[in-house]
Design a protein around this ligand. Structure first.
Ligand code: CO
Length: 411
């Protein structure tokens, strides 16, 4: 937990902001003159109820989808991290990665087949799964390709495109352990091949140990049933593991002695090193953090107090500490962590920054409860080279120019 306390510093800073923007002078004028226009509007009858709520028409926050894929059905889009608050991603803004479009699955006919090294194969309906004891957890999900554009040079213009393949929500479903214990697992089983019902035939091999630890058969996110893009009616959730393994539109779990070496864990989702060898079965998403505000494409409008805000996460457990630098890593200061700080979950951090108007380079660096320190990009490249594509968790740098404009740089 952070030792930084807002307290009197923040109060003094607030008063300075208030004085600078004129909000403190309202009391000196008549209350009538200070009434905002919305008070007048509030006397008119407003819009009727609607069955499913939508954002205000004044809010235009949306995902950005890539245009660089050869076909539209292999696609991904990015969560607008710079415009979000707290740690929970709204369902409509959760990042997506689809390998063959989004299947339209009728939950009444969908089945989850559990087979292989079990005491009798079984096909479960969604209603069957809903009868099991339910669990809910708040966990991040990150594509291992998140930040892939940044290995060689600063490319993304915004944090949405550099880091927006991470999202976080409350997932509800059945613990895989509960289900497998109910079926009975053969003592020879070591791996589980999870199979998706999409046209991409997505499948990945998962150690049985992980499945019995904290894997969930999720049917709901943020209180409602999964969105089709997130695997409706059923997906696997492997907290802390690369997103690709949390198989969507889950239709099969096959228990085996060995991994299957499928396309998506050999030619894809392996990490090519400089010596020509590739790392395989790199499952865990290592600790990572990024400043989301102010960040690339934004402009720091006001001198004086500005709150630096960002997110940190670790596939290995809880975030223990986040440090922020405003001078490109020469000096680091501890940021405040917003509760709750949960394992394998986005953690919001904040740092009070007084901008004097000159140029600055903003960075964040996290440490998780295992003691892992987020590396600089240079440290990461020294070990992995620049061909890895996946698992770029290096420190991100945002340069603030003297006019306040922010760009992506490698510092
Ligand atoms: Co990997």
């Amino acid at each position: 937990m952070s030792s930084f306390s807002l307290g009197s510093l923040a109060r003094r800073q607030f008063l300075r902001i208030a004085a600078a923007t004129g909000t403190a002078t309202i009391a000196a004028r008549s209350a009538q003159a200070a009434m905002p226009a919305t008070v007048e509007q509030g006397r008119k009858v407003g819009a009727p109820l609607r069955p499913y709520g939508q954002p205000s028409p004044y809010e235009k926050v949306v995902r950005v989808s890539t245009t660089s894929t050869p076909t539209q059905i292999s696609s991904w889009d990015f969560t607008p991290l710079q415009h979000l608050h707290g740690i929970v991603t709204p369902n409509g803004l959760f990042y997506e990665r689809n390998h063959a479009g989004i299947p339209n699955i009728d939950p009444r006919t969908h089945r989850l087949l559990v087979y292989g090294l079990v005491d009798g194969a079984r096909a479960f309906t969604i209603d069957d799964l809903l009868r099991y004891p339910a669990v809910s957890v708040i966990r991040f999900l990150e594509c291992s390709g998140n930040t892939l554009t940044e290995w060689k040079k600063p490319t993304a213009k915004t944090v949405q495109v550099s880091h927006g393949l991470v999202s976080c929500c409350e997932w509800t479903g059945v613990s895989v352990k509960t289900l497998l214990q109910d079926i009975g697992v053969d003592s020879k089983a070591r791996w589980v091949v999870a199979e998706g019902a999409d046209a991409g035939l997505m499948d990945r091999s998962i150690p049985l140990e992980k499945m019995m630890d904290d894997a969930i058969l999720a049917y709901a996110q943020n209180g409602e049933r999964l969105r089709p893009e997130q695997g409706y009616p059923l997906r696997l959730l492997l907290p802390g593991f690369e997103g690709n393994m949390s198989i969507k539109w889950l239709r099969g779990l096959k228990l085996t002695t060995e991994p299957t070496y499928s396309r998506e864990e050999t030619s894809k989702y392996t990490d090519l090193l400089a010596n020509g060898k590739a790392r395989a079965f790199t499952f865990v998403m290592d600790p990572k953090s990024v400043i989301t505000s102010p960040s690339g494409g934004m402009v720091v409008e006001n001198k004086g107090f500005n709150e630096i805000r960002g997110l940190a996460w670790s596939g290995r457990g809880k975030i223990r500490r986040v440090d922020v630098s405003t001078d490109g890593g020469a000096k680091w200061n501890e940021a405040a962590l917003q509760e709750p700080v949960l394992e394998k979950c986005l953690t919001r951090f904040r740092f009070p920054w007084t901008w004097a108007g000159g140029s600055a380079v903003l960075q964040s660096r996290c440490v998780d409860e295992t003691g892992y320190v987020q590396p600089t990009l240079q440290e990461l490249v020294r070990v992995r080279g620049t061909d890895s594509v996946y698992h770029n968790n290096g420190i991100q740098s945002w340069a603030v120019a003297s006019d306040g404009a922010i760009t992506n740089v490698q510092a």
